[in-house]
Design a protein around this ligand. Structure first.
Ligand SMILES: *Cc1c(COP(=O)(O)O)cnc(C)c1O
Length: 472
């Protein structure tokens, strides 16, 4: 693709909002924002599901940032846990030391080695977790003396991060334009499992699954299966195509193909994991298809501190355990005690208050309100999701599923109109092929109430109707 204009339409934006943004006043302000023309709104305070802006307005955070704030904002118990940890020890280097919250967090998540997942490695961001997972996969083959295995197969419109390698395996074309040539070279992509867009009318779900699996096997064979290190995918797709659950048998088929060719299976559950779809691991609702390595992040610390994790199956750990006896990788802030204390407090609240079961139950309510509220919106092509992870995909024509011209920024416009009415949603574009298509994501905190969900969906309908009117 020609390195032309950089699209920023996938980012939440305050352009055209009637709120007073922080303006870019040249030399006086020194924080580099994401955009020079779409300044962000200043948030002074956040509590529960609400954000309080500097102009006095209240906004329901119906996307929890980017599916992050899973217990909501301003939780005093988490604040106290962070303060307690700061008063004990705020930092030590993991080369020589460990801390109780880091140990406790790993033990809380992996008590009893669920599904054979044995060890947790904590870092700061989702991208760092995916990079770490890929390096672990490579080291696994190094230990096994399979040095030709360097190739990573991923899926188009998947998202795995913004560092050089994670960007290379991601499908967000807009984010990649200026960085051609930066890429990790040993990577290729197959089709996403995306029935609404890609399942043919003359095809059953089983046939669609078989077609996707054939494509994956063909790709392994094309590259040379002995050269493939890993296949990475989001079990329930995240921002790229919008909370898409895979067709029946897909993940089991993927697992079987990886086993057939000795390729590691990595699940990126950074957005869909940690309860977001109504089970702690998203893969648990897909027939317990277990990855060799997986990543979690967004909901892990619930936004109270930057933290992500790599969870590793015993069969991978055993190879290192009996090989070089060390993971040849590390970061200064890995297993940071304050971050681990924050995540530990968040996850203890999730467990104590049964918030994952609540997420599953509220998700059913959200689905039914969404379907009722949006049934007469001509631009809503698809409503899909699971748990409190829902997507509305927009089309110009419901029958043909034709998309709006990307220059219309239909999804972003709807998001802006909803924001004006006090509801924050997460807009994404490039749904169909990385360029065309718009969708909006809803991923509210698990503590959201029926009434708040009703408000969110009503405002979303009004925002859609407003844009539909402007368009026609
Ligand atoms: C957000 C995300 C990432 C990247 O996480 P960062 O913290 O932004 O680096 C990776 N994978 C998935 C699935 C994500 O949703």
């Amino acid at each position: 693709m020609a390195p032309s204009k950089i699209e920023s339409s996938h980012l939440p934006s305050t352009q055209c909002l009637n709120i007073k943004p922080i303006k870019d006043s040249g030399d006086d302000d020194h924080l580099l924002h994401r955009s020079f023309i779409d300044p962000p709104a200043l948030v002074e305070r956040a509590e529960g599901v609400n954000l309080f802006l500097s102009d006095g307005r209240k906004v329901i955070d119906a996307c929890a940032g980017a599916a992050v704030a899973l217990i909501g904002h301003g939780n005093k118990e988490v604040h106290q846990a962070i303060i307690n940890q700061l008063q004990k020890v705020s930092y030590v280097h993991t080369q020589s030391y460990t801390t109780q919250p880091a140990e406790d967090l790993a033990n809380l998540i992996l008590r009893g080695s669920p599904h054979g997942l044995e060890k947790a490695f904590f870092v700061g961001s989702g991208s760092e977790a995916v990079e770490s997972a890929l390096k672990l996969a490579r080291q696994y083959y190094f230990e096994k003396n399979q040095l030709e295995r360097l190739h990573i197969v991923s899926r188009r419109q998947g998202y795995h991060g913004n560092t050089m390698t994670t960007m290379s395996i991601s499908g967000n074309l807009a984010r990649k334009i200026p960085f051609e040539g930066f890429s990790y070279p040993h990577t290729s992509q197959v089709s996403p499992a995306f029935a609404y867009r890609n399942m043919r009318d003359d095809e059953t779900e089983i046939e669609y699954t078989a077609r996707l699996l054939q494509e994956l096997e063909d790709e392994f064979l094309r590259v040379g299966p002995y050269k493939v290190m890993a296949f990475i995918a989001e079990p329930v797709a995240g921002s790229g195509i919008g909370s898409v659950t895979p067709p029946a048998g897909y993940l089991a088929g993927v697992r079987a193909l990886c086993d057939k060719y000795g390729i590691l299976l990595i699940f990126d559950e950074i957005m869909c994991g940690v309860g977001r779809t109504g089970s702690f691991f998203a893969f648990e609702q897909e027939g317990d298809v277990v990855p060799d390595i997986m990543t979690i992040a967004k909901g892990l610390g619930g936004g109270y501190a930057p933290i992500s994790g790599v969870l590793v199956h015993k069969r991978v750990i055993d190879v290192l355990r009996h090989g070089s006896k060390a993971f040849n990788h590390g970061h200064t802030y890995q297993a940071h005690p304050t971050s681990c204390a924050a995540a530990l407090a968040v996850q203890r609240i999730v467990l104590r208050d049964g918030l994952i079961a609540r997420c599953a139950a509220m998700g059913k309510i959200l689905e039914s309100i969404l379907r009722t509220e949006l049934q007469d919106c001509w631009s809503v092509g698809d409503i899909r999701g699971r748990g409190l992870f829902w997507t509305v995909e927009f089309v110009k024509n419901k029958e043909t599923k034709e998309t709006f011209d990307p220059s219309v920024h239909f999804g972003v416009r709807v998001q802006q109109a909803a924001f004006n009415k006090g509801v924050a949603l997460y807009p994404c574009s490039g749904t169909v092929d990385g360029k065309k298509g718009d969708h909006l994501m809803l991923a509210p905190p698990f503590i959201i109430t029926d009434e708040e969900l009703r408000t969110v969906c009503k405002v979303l309908r009004e925002a859609i109707e407003f844009q539909q009117q402007l368009y026609s």
